[in-house]
Design a protein around this ligand. Structure first.
Ligand code: HEM
Length: 495
């Protein structure tokens, strides 16, 4: 046999193998009965193209529900990804069928460099439950809802207010300031100390956390196409994420060691001390390990800094776009609190219009348009469709906030929708910025406290206006790490 004919046989052989793979692949997705509908997937790649980076991707994914209904599926390679749209579908899966839809998938990228089964965010089962319960309790012990943390947050508000004062009426971009403030509050809870925003240890920490956040990407090709982990881009992802995780571990190791050296069980100063105490007392030492303290701290920083900072950025943007609402908020503060003291958490019940405004900003701003990925633990039926075991399930939280079954005129910014006829706050089921079910955000009480104290105290001290009345900043969100406002400047005039 000459070399030409052997090459021809090789090509025929490869074509036959490829055809077999494609045939089985298409047969696989066509013959599974009663799967949720969705656009036809391409062989091998599925609908991966629909997950490409796109600032308006959340709108595109929401549009698909008009065509395919509230529960539809896409494929990433051969993995089924189910999107839940509208409040009813989200509630049915995450609350009514929580036993099936609470776990997290073990995605490749978010787990590079960390031990399997550690932390909260990408963990499941008993370890997750124990660490989540411990962390919720710790956040409570370190003052969520109590005075001490309130004081730490107000200290951070003061730093932001001082910087705004030094802007002397010149345009200023507030987002970097708000992100630093939100991250610093987590530093206070975790390490018992805050940093100045220029401190090199603080900038080192925020830099490396941002890198890790960016490399978590739930739809990275490496999560679904294992061969791409061998490609240069896959190897670079592994190298960069491992290096960032090592860097943050080295950073935390120093702080944890300092805590251990000065530990006093009768004076628990912060989260690290509490963890150390529990790791000595606890009946489950295999859970309260060193690997877990690193991962839990990283989880809280990643989940809590960017989200809260972005929500605060939206809140000031809405105030410059809706000056009447801003004036009404300020009038309420002036009437209830005055100008001689700061706004306190205990004023919340007396400031219903302000609270309603904050709720409406969260509804319409949608800092997190989607939940993190969940996974189906077993086969299940959802709204009449089969959701096969191991399907990834994602709640489109944005779709719940524009669900016409629950919201009149959902595209309109109208804080009054959260007030009843007596002017009191009315809760809305379909309001789910922190998701719902057993995986709902554990930082919700802390985040709500921060939003309230920043928003009210800044509005008490400043009036916010656009830099140019004829060129107002856009309210369109762009999908980045969170759904963020396009970068904008504002003018902060002391009142
Ligand atoms: C306005 C600010 C925030 C928003 C909008 C927000 C929203 C969310 C959402 C939508 C989830 C996903 C839940 C799911 O997958 O179903 C989540 C998870 C989480 N959040 Fe938040 N969050 C905020 C602030 C915080 C803060 C301040 C912390 C902690 C200090 C935090 C810690 C977490 C953690 C650890 C998880 C994972 C929970 C788990 O897997 O059990 N978040 N958050």
């Amino acid at each position: 046999m000459d070399c030409c004919s052997s090459n021809t046989y090789l090509v025929y052989g490869l074509i036959a193998i490829l055809s077999y793979i494609i045939y089985n692949y298409i047969k696989g997705w066509q013959t599974r009965p009663n799967l949720p509908p969705g656009p036809p997937p391409c062989p091998i790649f599925g609908n991966k193209i629909l997950f490409k980076k796109d600032p308006l991707g959340y709108k595109r994914l929401t549009e698909l529900s008009k065509q395919y209904g509230s529960v539809y599926r896409l494929y990433c390679g051969s993995t089924i990804i189910v999107f839940l749209n509208g409040y009813d579908a989200i509630h049915e899966a995450f609350v009514k069928q929580a036993a099936v839809f609470t776990d997290r998938p073990q995605l490749f990228a978010p787990l590079i460099g960390v031990s399997k089964g550690t932390g909260i965010t990408y963990n499941s089962d008993h370890n997750w439950k124990t660490l989540r319960r411990f962390t919720l309790q710790a956040l409570r012990d370190f003052g969520v809802g109590k005075k001490s943390l309130e004081e730490q947050i107000v200290e951070e508000v003061d730093v932001v207010a001082d910087t705004l004062k030094t802007s002397n009426g010149e345009p200023i971009r507030v987002k970097p300031l708000l992100l630093s403030a939100a991250t610093n509050i987590i530093c206070s809870v975790m390490f018992g100390e805050r940093f100045s925003y220029e401190n090199s240890r603080f900038t080192e920490l925020t830099g490396v956390l941002e890198e890790i956040f960016r490399l978590n990407a739930p739809f990275a090709k490496e999560n679904f196409f294992p061969i791409t982990r061998l490609f240069p881009s896959g190897r670079e992802l592994i190298r960069r994420r491992s290096a960032a995780i090592e860097k943050v571990k080295r950073y935390l190791a120093r702080t944890i060691k300092e805590h251990e050296e000065t530990f006093d069980s009768s004076n628990i100063r912060d989260f690290i001390d509490l963890y150390h105490k529990v790791s000595m007392d606890e009946s489950e030492p295999e859970i309260f390990t060193e690997a877990n303290i690193y991962k839990v701290i990283v989880d809280l920083f990643l989940a809590g800094g960017e989200t809260t900072g972005t929500s605060l950025d939206w809140s000031l943007l809405y105030m410059i776009r809706y000056p009447d609402v801003q004036r009404k908020c300020q009038a309420e503060i002036d009437k209830v609190v005055g100008t001689n003291r700061r706004v306190k958490l205990s004023d919340k019940g007396s400031l219903p219009f302000l609270e309603a405004t904050l709720l409406e900003i969260q509804r319409i701003g949608n800092t997190l348009t989607f939940s993190l990925p969940h996974v189906a633990k077993t086969d299940a039926t959802l709204q009449g469709y089969l959701i096969p075991k191991d399907s990834i399930v994602i709640a489109n939280l944005y779709s719940a906030h524009i669900d016409e079954k629950y919201w009149d005129d959902p595209e309109t910014f109208r804080p009054e929708r959260f007030l009843d006829s007596d002017g009191k706050i009315q809760r809305k089921d379909a309001f789910v910025p922190f998701s719902t079910g057993p995986r709902f955000c554990i930082g919700e009480p802390l985040a709500r406290m921060e939003l309230f104290l920043f928003f009210t105290n800044l509005l008490q001290q400043f009036s916010f206006t656009p830099t140019d009345e004829n060129d107002l900043p856009s309210l369109d969100g762009i999908q980045a790490l969170t759904l963020t406002a396009l970068p904008y400047h504002l003018v902060a005039k002391p009142r």
